[in-house]
Design a protein around this ligand. Structure first.
Ligand code: SAM
Ligand code: DTB
Ligand code: SF4
Length: 331
């Protein structure tokens, strides 16, 4: 009784080969087009590849919170900073499955389980594999994000039936060292390759609003669009404020129009990828979210909390999608 709804793609899905050789000048030229021209191009590509009136609804759960040995400068869960967050142990499987069922009842089609690890221990991975199989049994798409993986760990997750692995590049290659020092961008790219090699779909994106420049945001899109295969899902997170982390010293909320331009550019550069308007929707007006959907965003996280920070209430999301005539499982 699997009733997973894959995001609606159009019949006329463009079968042109996907470009993986984007040059900086091309990305900049797209991003800087007159707004109407950029939106027209992004919307055309969106319509060719997807039902423009549908968004995917995913739900997140932190199955192991806090105490993380990594030093990601934006994150509430890093043990390097005093963020006031209480660390927890790995949640029992049955509790996870009960929460997944509630998320499904509330309209989520994908369930993403996140753990604050540098990389999973083999014993922990056994338990996560068990959770993946059980959540899949509810008829939901599954996603996990557990940090770095070895090829063997990726294989085990694949055997458990995992659909997606989330592992973000987070920012541009140039800005990366200002945000994270405990693992390299190459470490992340290696994990993405292990995931890809065993046939798990890739969810990979990053964060804006950490003090990076527009060039860094475009550098991040180029990094994603020039991977050996485009990620099937591209989450674009707006930094959700967290007290006590270094990013507070540089953070700047992006101009809303700059966010829309970035979403449109992502849509054009990765035409077949689902672009998720991820963290930071709590700061966005309805109008801004509507513009992002027009620009090609076609996935959101639903539920009042993401992992440790806030997300819009389900009723607000349902009302917004309804007013826009956008279909989803929230209706
Ligand atoms: N520990 C795992 C890892 O980093 O691979 C998985 C969990 S981690 C929370 C997943 C992603 O969430 C990060 O890579 C980052 O892009 C995003 N993220 C974390 N904290 C955030 C925040 N405060 N605002 C926006 N995005 C955030
Ligand atoms: C992603 O790119 N965004 C999600 C998911 N992948 C795991 C996480 C957002 C976390 C926001 C900060 C928090 O709630 O702690
Ligand atoms: Fe740990 Fe992931 Fe947070 Fe980095 S983003 S500190 S790896 S939980």
């Amino acid at each position: 009784m699997v009733d997973v709804v894959e995001i609606e793609r159009t019949e006329s899905r463009n079968s042109a080969p996907l470009r993986k050789n984007w040059e900086r000048a091309e990305a900049e030229a797209l991003y800087n087009l007159p707004f109407a021209d950029l939106m027209f191009q992004a919307q055309g590509i969106h319509r060719t590849n997807f039902n423009p009136n549908h968004v995917e609804t995913a739900s997140l759960l932190s199955i192991k919170t806090g105490g993380c040995p990594e030093d990601c400068g934006y994150c509430s869960q890093s043990a390097h900073y005093d963020t006031g967050l209480k660390a927890t142990r790995l949640m029992p499987r049955d509790e996870v499955v009960a929460i997944a069922q509630r998320a499904k009842d509330a309209g989520a089609t994908r369930f993403c389980m996140a753990a604050a690890w540098r990389s999973p221990k083999d014993r922990d991975l056994d338990q996560v594999c068990d959770m993946v199989s059980a959540v899949k049994g509810l008829g939901m798409e599954t996603c996990v994000t557990l940090g770095m993986l070895t090829p063997n760990q990726a294989e085990r997750l694949s055997d458990a039936g995992l659909d997606f692995y989330n592992h973000n590049v987070d920012t541009s290659p140039e800005y990366y060292d200002k945000i994270i020092t405990t693992r390299t961008l190459q470490d992340r790219i290696d994990t993405l390759a292990h995931v890809r090699d065993v046939g798990i779909k890739v969810c990979c994106g990053g964060i804006i609003g950490m003090g990076e420049q527009v060039e860094d945001r475009l550098g991040m899109l180029m990094l994603l669009a020039n991977l050996p295969s485009h990620p099937e899902s591209v989450p674009i997170n707006l930094w959700n404020e967290v007290k006590g982390v270094p990013v507070n010293d540089t953070a700047e909320r992006p101009d809303p129009i700059a966010l829309v331009r970035l979403v449109a550019t992502a849509r054009i550069m990765m035409p077949n990828s689902v672009v998720r308007l991820s963290a930071g929707r709590q700061y966005m007006t309805d109008e801004l979210q509507a513009m992002c959907f027009l620009a090609g965003a076609n996935s959101i996280f639903i539920g009042d909390v993401l992992l440790t920070t806030k997300n819009p209430q389900r009723d607000r999301d349902a009302d917004l999608l309804d007013r826009l005539g956008i279909t989803s499982r929230l209706a």
